[in-house]
Design a protein around this ligand. Sequence first.
Ligand code: MG
Length: 270
Amino acid sequence: MALFGAESLVRQRLVPNITQSRECVAKIVRLDYILTRNISHLQGAHRMSPAHITGTDEHIEIRKIFCVGLNYSEHVKEMKAALPQAPVFFLKPATAVIGDGGTTIRPDISRELHHEVEMTVLIGAGGRNIAREAAFKHVAGYGVGLDMTLRDIQGDAKKRGLPWTLSKGFDTSAPISKFVQATTISNPHDLEIALAVNGMQRQHASTGNLIFKVDYLIWYLSQFFTLERGDILFTGTPEGVAATVPGDRLEARLISPGSGVLASLGIRIQ
Ligand code: MG
């Protein structure tokens, strides 16, 4: 009888506590998973390194990242857009940068992560209201980058007339290569950019096909912004943009028709 009473007491008092404890432990495990995941996202995004110029010890802190949309006519056609009368600019935060060997992480809210290979320009000397004729003196180097884009989020923003910030500036959306010294490039509009996904070529174009050239973009931008050493310009993507899937390996290159590969960049998609 005494034993029965003790068992009843255990059931009444301890079992609810054990159940609550189990629920509590489950919540802690879930919270730990969320925190760990978010911290690893942040660590990935903040592994941002300075810009490197090949062949020098220079490590330049990255400042503003300007990107140009719709700057190759074939890409304008594939996006079913009108040819722009003036450059279309948007910004990415410096925290979006990852380097060679990095991973672009698609936020769970998106289902469509596109690649856009682009020539990148590193500003070496700052200025404002820079004359077009003097623009190249402000360039420290040229490289290749990927303007990773959440196309579904961008499409929704376009429909509603909203900014592209979320679709273009998310963490890890700006993989960049090292930069080749500008002084070694006689004509940045006589180069090629190329992108392969899992070894298959997806994009390839001459920078000679840029609608708005590098010197024009620098002149145009500097009327609105004070350009600073460490600013980076993504000059726009050619045709062939397409979706990626987790596990894809992307290899981007900046090529000189005369001297071969000048800069390269490899990333994975997660
Ligand atoms: Mg782009």
